[in-house]
Design a protein around this ligand. Structure first.
Ligand SMILES: C[S@@+](CC[C@H](N)C(=O)[O-])C[C@H]1O[C@@H](n2cnc3c(N)ncnc32)[C@H](O)[C@@H]1O
Length: 295
């Protein structure tokens, strides 16, 4: 049983633009897309891509990416949604998976997280993050394995990262690693590109290739505009099902999917005014039965 979180008029508006919507499943339930959206992406899958051809940031592009802030950018829409979902995180230890140049790590600290472990596989991004000198945070190299003990964090986020994952098997490995380090009952919030954002131009970045021409696993450029110049990142097209099923297979319950919009759409002259740039998935690591009963 999925629980809608918005009024039906809003749901109709979102449906008109694609599968963008908000719904919640009860904890422990299987993720299941509402019936009217099934088949939405069928025929666009391309599960055959393999190999580790990750996008590598040069020192220059890491520096440029590091100049991006949150306020007034397209990213602010996703950050606001993540903040709302996290609520009070004071005295909590967090994992920032794919910390990049440290922006999302600094965000978690500003929200009150006691300590944040930012992990990333790109050495130039890690260097940019370390140079930022975020207090109460450690930046660690993580390739396949997250270098933290099991059940050591109270929550995890991954912001603008899953769109850089190249294969579903890599996504599954990452979700399993995050599930391993989370304490039972803790959230994992994944913010990534809305599959319907491809082909759109936003204030901070644009996707020149339309969603209709892409399949799961397709590479596609994302042109990011920063105050220091452009960065062209090779992103990967994934559907909501790709993300949600990878989380569910790692034992994480998907309890909500949101396609956030700006607070005041009329203030945006770019496509944020009518299409959400991102999707935000709220997953939770299940609590074991004996922890619930206290035995
Ligand atoms: C677009 S940046 C976003 C950085 C940061 N989360 C933010 O919001 O500012 C994406 C980051 O994810 C990292 N990343 C992508 N795939 C990764 C993986 N499999 N393991 C670790 N880091 C990864 C990239 O190296 C890059 O630094």
């Amino acid at each position: 049983m999925l629980v809608r979180r918005r009024g039906s008029a809003q749901l109709r508006n979102h449906a008109a633009r694609g599968p963008a919507d908000v719904y919640l499943a009860r904890p422990g339930q299987e993720y299941s897309r509402p019936a009217r959206w099934r088949g939405c992406y069928e025929g666009r899958r391309n599960l055959g891509s393999t190999g580790d051809d990750r996008y590598a940031y040069s020192a220059d592009s890491a520096r440029r990416y590091g100049s991006l802030g949150i306020e007034g950018t397209t990213y602010e829409i996703g950050f606001d949604a993540v903040r709302e979902l996290l609520g009070d995180i004071t005295r909590k230890t967090f994992l920032d998976f794919g910390c990049g140049a440290g922006r999302s790590t600094a965000f978690l600290r500003a929200l009150g997280a006691d300590y944040v472990y930012g992990v990333d596989h790109d050495r130039n991004m890690l260097e940019a993050a370390r140079s930022r000198e975020v207090g109460g945070a450690t930046f660690l190299f993580a390739d396949d394995a997250i270098p933290l003990p099991g059940e050591s964090v109270d929550g995890a986020v991954s912001m603008s990262v899953f769109v850089e994952i190249r294969t579903l098997s890599q996504m599954a490995r990452i979700c399993a690693q995050v599930a391993r380090v989370l304490r039972p009952g803790s959230p994992f919030i994944v913010e990534s590109s809305n599959p319907m954002a491809f082909g759109h131009s936003f204030r901070s970045y644009r996707y020149p290739q339309a969603a209709e021409s892409l399949r799961s696993g397709s590479r596609t450029p994302c042109i990011v505009t920063t105050s220091e110049g452009q960065v062209v990142i090779q992103d990967t097209f994934w559907t909501e099902d790709d993300y949600a099923n990878s989380l569910a297979r790692a034992g994480l319950s998907v309890i909500g999917v949101d396609y956030p919009r700006p607070r005041d759409p009329s203030a945006w002259s770019t496509d944020e005014a009518f299409v959400s740039p991102c999707l935000v998935i709220h997953a939770v690591k299940a609590v074991r039965k004996r922890e619930l009963t206290g035995s």
